[in-house]
Write a protein that binds this ligand. Structure first.
Ligand SMILES: Nc1nc2c(ncn2[C@@H]2O[C@H](COP(=O)(O)OP(=O)(O)OP(=O)(O)O)[C@@H](O)[C@H]2O)c(=O)[nH]1
Length: 211
């Protein structure tokens, strides 16, 4: 699997991936770490933000639109509509803050049930900040058990050291491509986009923000 960030209108499949979870678990950092390979200090997300990543998997060129939602409760109602049409959802928590893990059951999995319109959507639990091992408050076994309960994929990673960051996005993408209905959606999205580009003046957008 090879990857690049930036602009290109030439791709075979287009997928939408959404990151959810409590504030400051590192959702934006995971995205930036994956997209640009760098680690920066990031301000809290206001509303919703998205970034694009181009990947090649086998002979397919993929466009991933990765939506970053605000974890802060005051933005919750703003983010609910962004679940629509997602082929992949990452439920993120911070392995050093136990409440961010318990909120996956209390809050975030309920939001997914309520708002996710795609029954076949692939979900992944991601425990972030494993570089802070001495402060760990959630064990790997607990993460695995919850992922099993939710029927999700599972990864632990660090946006800071980039440990497992590429792997978790790549594994999620791979699993999406293994679901025939999602694969079909991915190619329909590309066709729709080509039609739209023919009808509207060309605008190139690598990232954006909605609130
Ligand atoms: N040590 C460590 N710090 C991290 C890691 N990932 C993120 N951080 C830090 O955690 C803080 C919050 O990161 P964000 O990426 O803004 O978190 P978020 O989940 O997007 O937060 P909201 O936008 O409020 O929902 C920042 O200070 C990051 O630098 C990590 O893997 N390890």
């Amino acid at each position: 699997m090879s990857s690049s960030s930036g602009q290109s209108s030439s791709y075979d499949l287009s997928f939408k991936i959404l990151l959810i979870g409590d504030s400051a678990v590192g959702k934006s950092s995971l995205i930036v770490s994956f997209i640009s390979g760098s680690v920066e200090d990031i301000a809290p997300t206001i509303g919703v933000d998205f970034k694009l990543k181009l990947l090649t998997v086998g002979d397919k060129r993929l466009k991933l639109t990765i939506w970053d939602t605000a974890g802060q409760e005051r933005f919750r109602t703003l983010t609910s509509s962004y679940y629509r049409g997602a082929q992949g959802i990452i439920l993120a928590y911070d392995v050093t803050r136990r409440e961010t893990f318990t909120n996956l059951s209390e809050v975030w999995s309920k939001e997914v049930e309520l708002y996710s319109t795609n029954q076949d959507c692939v979900k992944m639990l991601v425990g972030n900040k494993v570089d802070r091992e001495s402060e760990r408050a959630v064990s790997t076994e607990e993460g695995l058990a919850l992922a099993k309960e939710f029927g999700c994929l599972f990864f632990e990673c660090s946006a800071k050291t980039r440990e497992n960051v590429d792997k978790c996005f790549e594994e999620l993408t791979q699993k999406i491509m293994e679901v025939p209905s999602l694969l079909e959606e991915g190619s329909i999205l590309v066709k729709r986009n080509i039609l739209k580009q023919r009808q509207e003046p060309q605008t190139s957008q690598d990232s954006g923000c909605c609130f």
